[in-house]
Every structure is written in structure tokens, then in C-alpha cells.
Design a protein around this ligand. Structure first.
Ligand code: HEM
Length: 535
């Protein structure tokens, strides 16, 4: 018995000593011999990814990335094998189309994969290009023109929900974080599945945007520490609620796909949501589109993964863009009046009746409104973190003049570069004019060069055209139909910085604050709407 005890303690001691030796060696290697050892960064970030996971869990990664760049300069090591580059030349060295074959999306994206990759999660190469060629046909500018009437329909429904029916009467405060989420969700599920989940009109499915948000909190942490998902008990302990949310989301998506397929086959059960025959939607286009190069189409599993991607990528982000543009307009009367005057002029006498939205060719002439949207996307980008890539070129790559060897991850933190005064003078001021009036030094070109709310190059957003059209139509229609302002009192402060927050970056009262969990999560603004008297 005693000898067994002694040998057990000797084994434990040996394991202890070996662990200490291993971890000491590993830390020395990471600090002094790793290919990224020469780059500065917080001590804990250099030795463990748990550092990044802490900020991901708080929703503060975008702010912390900005803080470390202010402290250490353009190049910062943010995990043992990830280097962030806050530099516009670096942005193009990593993300431009010419650089595509030197990089893969970093392995971090795989935690977001469901059964099979999607265009968004595929790491690169032939599989990604094939997917991208197929999906791009379904959201192309030509395809989008067919969706315009649906966009107008949902925007009008949104306006009917937030504006009181009577002109001149101010309505109760409405939370834009919720209402913009309902609008974007109704719109994307209509465009993808021809389905009417009707979040704008009924409570029943309003849980879905919330479960997407909850599930994304877990995902944003797993991006840094994927091993947590392999340790079931720990995963459950830390993210029990997020796991329940993820399962609810998957059940919802399976249901949406099943119902869409049933309706295509002419089957419609009384439980089904929408008895109308499917229109020319993205789902149908995905099912029939072929890659022009390989002539391959999508499998049933591909259809599910691509549908989830489009639903999540296309709803959360666009709703943030609409909510933040409304926030910045309400907060900046000068921009508000200019944008409203432009829209009202453009659509004056254009017959915007009860069923029409402010869209069509006149929308293209609203250049100031577009600048307002770009400025909101700059100040509060819906994806504020970094889009990380792994260097795969055997000989390594040069990024903004620095050699980076194969196998390292690199990325440009979006929020940080969007607030860099080299590209955006007075970066914390909302100034749409910066996109329209050059200061004589090429300021517009500089601003555009660093601007990447949709990513750039061969991994840039496929839904960019659709998203701009949705956001422009929504904000223009609101401005055309009436006026809005922040709610009185505490409610009117929701969404801005400063409320009880002393942590870095949370103090800015004129900024629409987001929690960065893969996409930005938001609260408010709470706005009161008044309908204009229109002839
Ligand atoms: C304001 C709204 C939107 C913003 C800010 C946005 C932003 C982005 C960003 C930053 C990426 C690159 C992600 C990365 O490299 O990790 C991306 C990719 C993507 N987005 Fe969007 N997005 C928006 C709306 C949409 C919409 C409406 C759709 C589709 C209906 C969409 C579909 C996609 C797809 C499929 C990709 C993957 C492209 C690829 O990897 O080849 N997005 N988006």
C-alpha cells in the first residue's frame, strides 16, 4: 500500500516537473525564437491566445486591438502566432485579389463551420472559388434588381411599424437595435427562402436574432481558444446558454430549409408559414446555379451551410449599419438636415405612395446620404475585429515592408484602421463630408484606401451591393416619410458611450458602441418618429 502511494506521488511529481519544463521551454521559445518574436505586443498575448479570448468574451476585441496599436505601433503580436497590422498598405498586401494565393483564411474560421464549409468559412483555394462563383450569381447586381420590390415592401412595413399613422404626432420611443434586426431578418429570409417569418409584425420568431447574438458570443471566444469546444464539460459550463441558442438557431434553419424544399415540391402543410409559392429567390438560384468553370452545383448539405451563411452574414450586419446610420444622424443635426433635404428633393413629386419606398434611380443621386452611411460604417463597423489570414506562400510574404514567414496568421483590425488619424483626420468625429470634399492632399483617396467595412479582394463581401441598397432604401424612406430624434431621458442615452464605462474606448458619448462578437452587437438607439404631412 505504502509503496503504491510512493510510486503514485513519484509519477505525479515527474508529471509536474515535466509540465513545468515544457511550459518554461514553450514560453522561452515563444518570446525569443518564434518567427514573430521580434514584434511587440502585450506579454500575455505573446504567450497565450487566452489573452484575446478574454476581450472576445467581453465584446471588446476591436477596442483592445486599437489600444495595443496605439501603444506598440503598426505591427502588434496579438496571439502567439498572429500578427496584426494597422496600416493601409498592409491591408492591400494581405487582402487584395493579387495576394489571394499567398493566404488562406486562418484556421480560426473553422469553429464557425456547420457540417460542411460555406463560402464564408472555406479557407481558400479551389473549393472557396467554386463556392464564390456560384453564390455571386445569386446576389449579383442583376439578381438584386429582381429583389428590389421585396426590399421596398419590407422597408415600408418597417416604416409603418415605427411611425405613428397620423402625421404630426410623435410616436412612443422605439428600440432600433430590435426593429432594424426585425427588418433585416424579414428581408433576408424573404430573399433567401421566400418565407414570411414576419418579425416586424409578430412576436413568434423574434427570438431568432437574439439566438444568433448569443451563439456568436461563444463563437467569438472559440476563435481564440477552439480547444474549449472539444472539452464538453467546460464548453457547457462556460457557454451553456450560447449552446442552447446555437441549437435553437440550427433547428430554425433546418425548418426554414425543409419548408422551402417542401413548397418547391408543391407540398404545403397547414403548419407551414407561408402558403404562397416560392418566388425567384436565392435558394432556388443556389439550387440551380452551376459554377461556370467546373459546371458543378451545390449538394444538399452545401445548400444548408450556404443558407445559414447568407442569413447570418446578411441580417446582423445590415441591421447594424441601418441602426448606426440612424444613431449618427440623430446625433448630428447638421448631417441630418443635409441628408433629409437631399432625399426630400430627390423624391419630391416622385409618387412615393403608401406602397412605395424611396428607391429607383433617384436613390443613386443621394450622394450625401451615401456618405452618411459610409461614415457610420467607418465609425462603427459591423465587423470591427480583424479578418485573419494564414500565410501559405512557402517563401513567406512582405507586408508593409516587413517579412512574415509561412504559417503565421496576419490581419488588419478594422475598427483600429478606421480610426487612424493618418487616413481619417479627427477620427472620432462623424463627418460625412470627408467622403465628398477633398482637402487638397488626396484625403478622399486616402480615406477610401483604408476603408474596408466589407473586406476587400477575393474574400470581400459578396452581399455588399445588396447591403448598400437595403441600407440606402431604409434610411432614405425614413427621411422622406418623416423625422426622428433620440428619446428623452435615460432611454435616449442607450447605445452611446460613457454610461458607467471607464474602460478603454467605452467613454465616447458621440459613438454608437458595439460589442464585438464576430459581428457587432448593439443596444439602442431609442428613437421617436413623427410622420410628415405629405400631399
Ligand atoms: C452592412 C452589411 C454587411 C457588412 C458590413 C458585411 C461585411 C462582410 C465582411 C467584412 C466580410 C469578409 C469576412 C471575412 O473575410 O472574414 C463579408 C463576407 C461575406 N459576406 Fe458580407 N457584409 C454585409 C452584408 C452581407 C449581405 C447582405 C450578404 C448576403 C446576402 C453577405 C454575404 C457575405 C458572404 C457570402 C461573404 C463571404 C465572402 C467570401 O469569403 O468569399 N454580406 N461580409
Amino acid at each position: 500500500m505504502l509503496s503504491e502511494l510512493i510510486s503514485a506521488s513519484a509519477a505525479a511529481l515527474a508529471v509536474g516537473i515535466l509540465s513545468v519544463v515544457y511550459f518554461t521551454w514553450r514560453i522561452i521559445y515563444l518570446l525569443y525564437f518564434h518567427p514573430l518574436a521580434k514584434f511587440p505586443g502585450p506579454f500575455w498575448a505573446k504567450v497565450t491566445s487566452v489573452y484575446g479570448s478574454y476581450y472576445a468574451w467581453k465584446g471588446d476585441t476591436h477596442l483592445d486591438m486599437m489600444r495595443v496599436h496605439e501603444k506598440y505601433g503598426d505591427f502588434v503580436r496579438y496571439t502567439p502566432d498572429t500578427l496584426f497590422v494597422n496600416n493601409a498598405d498592409g491591408l492591400h498586401d494581405i487582402h487584395s485579389s493579387g495576394a489571394y494565393s499567398s493566404f488562406l483564411k486562418s484556421g480560426h474560421y473553422q469553429v464557425m463551420e456547420h457540417r460542411v464549409p460555406s463560402t464564408f468559412t472555406a479557407r481558400g483555394g479551389k473549393d472557396h472559388l467554386r463556392r464564390r462563383r456560384i453564390v455571386s450569381q445569386t446576389v449579383s447586381e442583376k439578381a438584386q434588381r429582381g429583389y428590389d420590390p421585396r426590399i421596398a415592401y419590407h422597408v415600408r412595413k418597417f416604416c409603418d411599424a415605427v411611425f405613428p399613422a397620423e402625421p404630426g404626432v410623435e410616436g412612443q420611443p422605439k428600440n432600433m437595435a430590435d426593429w432594424c434586426a426585425y427588418l433585416s431578418f424579414d428581408l433576408i429570409t424573404d430573399l433567401v427562402f421566400s418565407a414570411s417569418y414576419n418579425l416586424l409584425g409578430s412576436e413568434k420568431f423574434r427570438y431568432v436574432p437574439h439566438v444568433i447574438d448569443k451563439s456568436n458570443v461563444r463563437m467569438s471566444v472559440l476563435v481564440y481558444v477552439p480547444f474549449v469546444s472539444w472539452l464538453r464539460a467546460l464548453d457547457n459550463y462556460l457557454f451553456g446558454e450560447a449552446l442552447v441558442a446555437r441549437n435553437r438557431l440550427l433547428r430554425f434553419v433546418s425548418r426554414a430549409v425543409r419548408e422551402r424544399t417542401d413548397r418547391a415540391l408543391g407540398k404545403w402543410s397547414p403548419k407551414s408559414l407561408d402558403p404562397c409559392p416560392p418566388r425567384a429567390d436565392i435558394f432556388a438560384a443556389l439550387a440551380t446555379a452551376k459554377d461556370p468553370v467546373t459546371n458543378e452545383g451545390f449538394s444538399a448539405d452545401d445548400m444548408v451551410s450556404e443558407s445559414i451563411t447568407l442569413m447570418v452574414a446578411g441580417s446582423d450586419t445590415s441591421s447594424t449599419a441601418i441602426a448606426s446610420t440612424l444613431f449618427y444622424l440623430a446625433d448630428n443635426p447638421h448631417a441630418y438636415h443635409k441628408a433629409a433635404a437631399e432625399v426630400r428633393r430627390a423624391f419630391h413629386d416622385k409618387g412615393i405612395t403608401k406602397d412605395r419606398a424611396a428607391d429607383g434611380p433617384e436613390l443613386g443621386s443621394c450622394v450625401y446620404l451615401r456618405a452618411c452611411i459610409d461614415e457610420a460604417l467607418r465609425m462603427s463597423p459591423p465587423n470591427g475585429g480583424a479578418l485573419t489570414r494564414e500565410v501559405i506562400a512557402k517563401e513567406g510574404v512582405t507586408i508593409a515592408g516587413n517579412y512574415i514567414p509561412s504559417g503565421c496568421n496576419v490581419g488588419v483590425p478594422l475598427y483600429a484602421i478606421h480610426h487612424d488619424s493618418r487616413y481619417y483626420p479627427e477620427p472620432f468625429h462623424y463627418r460625412p463630408e470627408r467622403w465628398l470634399e477633398d482637402d487638397g492632399t488626396g484625403s478622399i483617396e486616402r480615406a477610401r484606401y483604408a476603408f474596408n467595412p466589407f473586406g476587400i479582394g477575393m474574400r470581400g463581401c459578396l452581399g455588399k451591393g445588396l447591403a448598400y441598397h437595403e441600407v440606402m432604401t431604409a434610411v432614405a424612406t425614413v427621411l422622406y416619410l418623416g423625422d426622428f430624434r433620440f428619446a428623452d431621458g435615460e432611454l435616449g442615452q442607450v447605445g452611446r458611450g460613457g454610461a458607467g464605462g471607464t474602460s478603454y474606448g467605452r467613454h465616447r458619448r458621440n459613438e454608437y458602441q458595439l460589442r464585438d462578437h464576430i459581428t457587432g452587437q448593439k443596444q439602442g438607439p431609442w428613437l421617436c418618429f413623427t410622420r410628415r404631412e405629405l400631399a
